[in-house]
Design a protein around this ligand. Structure first.
Ligand code: FAD
Length: 463
């Protein structure tokens, strides 16, 4: 069988890996819109978390398999349609992530000084489309909307000492901007309470121990919570206990000793929902964020319904504040042209419905964030992708996928791409770009210096 995968993030690679491992004859082509592979492992995972990026080693092994080919620089839905892929392959797996930005829908969110987490993270990680973001870091206080790991990533990058960041693969441009940053205080604002934070203990601990910074947690926010979590699942209990301990610790006590008198600080603000980004007098940029208190609506179990009062410029945020980042990750998948997962039978929001018989008949599958939405870590995405791969294998086994008719695979797609003037980037091309990045990084004492301009990548491989 000739199969293809759209997207070369963890979902794409894990799906391919599982199928190749369990089907001795399947051939898989991976299409990726960027010249470079690995999706959010390259462009999302924080530069100071290099160990997370080790998954790239196993993806590389998969890509080097004789039965697998990588075609970067091909945007499915533009350069080749899903319908054309379905003609060329016995099955198509959509694994193209969740890239749409989520909008807050509040006045002022488009003011200068407000950035989506996607753009901000893309900027420091060298995502081509965000390389020119130039975030304004001339304010002292940054506000991050969100209480998840992405929010903590952004806070950590804003507050980390430069000498630590210099040892990572953060881009040269963002390092230069962070070197001039005036930000010394970061508030992470969440709509819900301390028991609902979505970040995990490892990331919280990292933030608490960040050299040169001081956590500022209000003990009042945690009153009575020790009892409330007594019977909670262990991860929630430990996480809450760590927040309580940190809130009660006096500067100079064990965990915060190094941070006593630290020049930078960060804190968590709970039960506040953004109402508006406030403009400066000339109306051109953000000067603050208006937050409203929220409370849990016991009847419906939802947050935000019980708005109590408006809090204009709360939290001691100075008028010079720039709202820095909305740290939720979009939450939407984009339709890929006429034949993307607009079909209800495989709608990602419907989760597992994608492998109904109807979807299989259409030889279309999906895995990863395009299927589940932007939640979960790489392991979650791996398990999900193995499930999808298993469905493909079962459908092959059961004859649901008709492999009696041979399909041309890339042979057919190549002529389509050629006719449209698109030149794909192979995996060995990527390995040349990779080697160039590593060499550039070496000169600066970094693991790599990412090339942020796709044209430069293409020049490097003589495209
Ligand atoms: P993606 O990784 O987004 O991959 C999708 C791929 O499809 C991309 O390469 C994209 O360019 C490509 N694509 C999109 N559209 C097209 C198209 N039209 N044609 C062709 N290709 C296309 N998890 C951890 O375990 N540890 C962490 O530290 C961690 N940090 C994270 C930090 C951030 C900021 C974010 C957002 C996520 C983080 N995660 C982390 C989660 C992890 O990145 C995801 O679970 C995982 O990347 C989702 O995989 P995916 O393949 O579904 O999507």
């Amino acid at each position: 069988p000739r199969l293809c995968v759209v997207g070369s993030g963890p979902a794409g690679f894990y799906t391919a890996q599982h199928i190749l491992k369990h089907h001795g004859a399947a051939r898989i082509d991976i299409y990726e819109k960027l010249p470079v592979p690995f999706g959010l492992v390259r462009f999302g995972v924080a530069p100071d978390h290099p160990e997370v990026k080790n998954v790239i080693n196993s993806f590389t092994q998969t890509a080097r398999s004789e039965r697998c080919a990588y075609y970067g620089n091909v945007t499915v839905g533009r350069d080749v349609t899903v319908a054309e892929l379905r003609q060329a392959y016995h099955a198509v797996v959509l694994s193209y992530g969740a890239e749409d930005n989520r909008v807050l829908g509040i006045p002022g969110e488009n003011l200068s000084g407000v950035y989506s987490a996607r753009a901000f993270v893309g900027w420091y990680n060298g995502l081509p489309e965000n390389r020119d973001l130039k975030p304004d870091l001339s304010c002292e206080t940054a506000l991050i909307l969100g209480h998840g790991n992405v929010a903590l990533d952004v806070a950590r990058i804003l507050l980390s000492p430069l000498h630590l960041l210099r040892q990572t693969d953060i881009t040269e441009g963002s390092l230069a901007a962070l070197a001039c940053s005036k930000v010394k205080r970061v508030w992470l604002v969440g709509r819900r309470g301390p028991l609902q934070v979505a970040f995990t203990i490892k990331e919280l601990r990292e933030m608490i121990n960040l050299p040169g910074t001081r956590p500022v947690l209000n003990p009042v926010d945690f009153t009575g919570l020790e009892n409330a979590v007594r019977d909670a699942p262990r991860p929630r209990k430990r996480l809450t206990e760590l927040m309580i301990k940190t809130a009660l610790e006096k500067p100079g006590e064990k965990a915060v000793k190094v941070q006593a008198g630290a020049p930078r600080e960060w804190g968590l603000k709970f039960q506040r929902s953004p109402q508006a980004v406030l403009p400066t007098a000339d109306g051109r940029r953000a000067r603050g964020v208006r937050l409203a208190l929220t409370r849990l609506e016991v009847r419906t179990g939802s947050w935000g319904a019980g708005m109590e009062q408006d809090v204009p410029q709360p939290l001691g945020i100075s008028p010079k504040t720039a709202g820095c980042s909305t740290a939720g990750w979009g939450g939407r998948w984009q339709a890929l042209g006429e034949a993307g997962p607009t079909d209800k039978s495989i709608s990602p929001s419907k989760g597992s419905d994608f492998h109904t018989a109807a979807a299989a008949e259409r030889c279309l599958y999906c895995s990863g964030w395009v299927k589940r939405g932007p939640t979960g870590v790489i392991i979650t995405t791996m398990n999900d992708s193995f499930d999808t791969a298993q469905s493909v294998l079962e459908d092959l086994q059961a004859g649901v996928l008709d492999v009696a008719t041979s399909r041309e695979g890339f042979g057919a797609v190549e002529s389509i791409l050629h006719s449209r003037g698109v030149r794909p980037v192979s995996f060995s091309d990527w390995e040349k770009i990779d080697a160039a990045e590593v060499a550039r990084g070496k000169a600066a004492g970094k693991p790599r210096e990412k090339i942020v301009d796709p044209q430069e990548m293409l020049r490097l491989i003589s495209h």
